[in-house]
Each structure stands twice: as structure tokens, then as C-alpha cells.
Design a protein around this ligand. Structure first.
Ligand code: COA
Length: 162
């Protein structure tokens, strides 16, 4: 069986990500969701929080493991014996960045392939930044993120307001 890895920053995980995880599990059987711990993005959630939220979000989906990783993604893939990286595309605008990453990763590790899943049409508009922006401005994010994310964002937002 192929070992697939779905990497991301997941700051925070959204329903769009969860939909991709479910479909990846159906396609590949076993999927490691790998949360990038030392992201260069300035994250709202700590690495521990991001990992915990992904774990909550994938409860009940068979074949999924959630872990943090740091350093190069391809080194992590080698350590895990993974041969597939999963990424998702929402629109043409995602393509350049994703294509660049896929090419760099295959230059660094020739046995790895990147498989792109189209984001479900319900989530084309969704991003982690949009979720944070809506929450910070007091908007309703139910329907965009798993319940555990909603709870923790609301805690963070009320701390920011103090
Ligand atoms: N539904 C909803 N949103 C989605 C989505 C989907 N299906 N697919 C992507 N997104 C959004 C996310 O919400 C996020 O939004 P944001 O930009 O507003 O934060 C954005 O797309 C991408 O975030 P995410 O999916 O969390 O992944 P990422 O692009 O931050 O992940 C890594 C990048 C971690 C995979 C990459 O930086 C990496 O591999 N780093 C390790 C170091 C390395 O190996 N570098 C060399 C290779 S680049």
C-alpha cells in the first residue's frame, strides 16, 4: 500500500482541509497529516494547538495519523517511507506556488510524487486567513471550520479584545 502525506501549516485546519483528508484516505488508505511546526508564516495558533486541532478534526476518519514535522518535507517523507505528497488546488491562482513546490520536492527526492486533489466546490472560497479574519471581526465561522477550531478561535479572539 502507498504511504501518502498531506502536509500543511493548518493555521487553522478548515472544513476544506478535512474534505481533502477524507478523500485522500479513500484513495490511499493510509494518510499522515503532517503539520509544519517551524513554519515561516506568522501563525495565530502554536504548533501544539494546530496539531491538536487537526487531531480533533479527523477523529472518526479511518487510516489517518496526525504528526508535527520540522525541517524539509522531503526528509520527513524519507523517514516515513512515503512516496506520495497530497496537496489541494482551489483555483488557478494556487497553481504556480504548488507547481514550484512539487518540482523542488521531486528535485530533492526523486521517488516522491505530488498528487493534487481539487478542493470541493463548497470550499473554493475558503482559506485559513479568511477564517481568522472573519472570526476576529466577529463573524460566524460555523460551517467553515470543525467545532474544536471554532471554540479555540473564539478564546483567542476574546483574549485579543482584552
Ligand atoms: N480548503 C481550504 N483551504 C485550503 C485548501 C483547501 N482544500 N487547500 C489549501 N488551502 C489554504 C489554506 O487554508 C491556507 O490558507 P492561508 O494562505 O490563508 O493560510 C493555504 O491554502 C495553504 O496553507 P496550508 O494548506 O496549511 O499549507 P501551506 O501552503 O502553508 O503548507 C508546506 C506549506 C508546509 C507544505 C511547505 O511550506 C513545506 O513543505 N514546508 C517544509 C519546508 C520545505 O520542505 N521547504 C521546501 C519545499 S517548499
Amino acid at each position: 500500500m502507498k504511504q501518502a502525506i498531506y502536509p500543511g501549516t493548518f493555521d487553522p485546519v478548515t472544513n476544506g482541509h478535512v474534505d481533502v483528508i477524507k478523500r485522500a484516505a479513500r484513495l490511499f488508505g493510509r494518510v499522515i497529516v503532517a503539520v509544519h511546526e517551524d513554519s515561516s508564516k506568522s501563525c495565530l495558533f502554536s504548533a501544539e494547538e494546530r496539531i491538536r486541532l487537526v487531531k480533533e478534526a479527523v477523529k472518526g476518519i479511518k487510516g489517518i495519523t496526525v504528526e508535527g514535522f520540522s525541517g524539509l518535507l522531503v526528509d520527513y517523507c524519507r523517514r516515513k517511507g512515503a512516496d506520495i505528497i497530497i496537496r489541494s488546488l482551489r483555483a488557478v491562482s494556487d497553481f504556480d506556488y504548488e507547481f514550484q513546490m512539487a518540482v523542488i520536492n521531486s528535485e530533492l527526492y526523486k521517488d516522491i510524487d505530488t498528487v493534487f486533489l481539487m478542493t470541493d466546490k463548497r470550499y473554493f472560497f475558503l482559506s485559513s486567513s479568511i477564517v481568522k479574519d472573519v472570526a476576529i471581526r466577529g463573524g460566524d465561522i460555523s460551517g467553515l471550520v470543525p467545532p474544536a477550531v471554532r471554540g479555540l478561535i473564539q478564546e483567542k479572539v476574546s483574549l485579543l479584545r482584552k
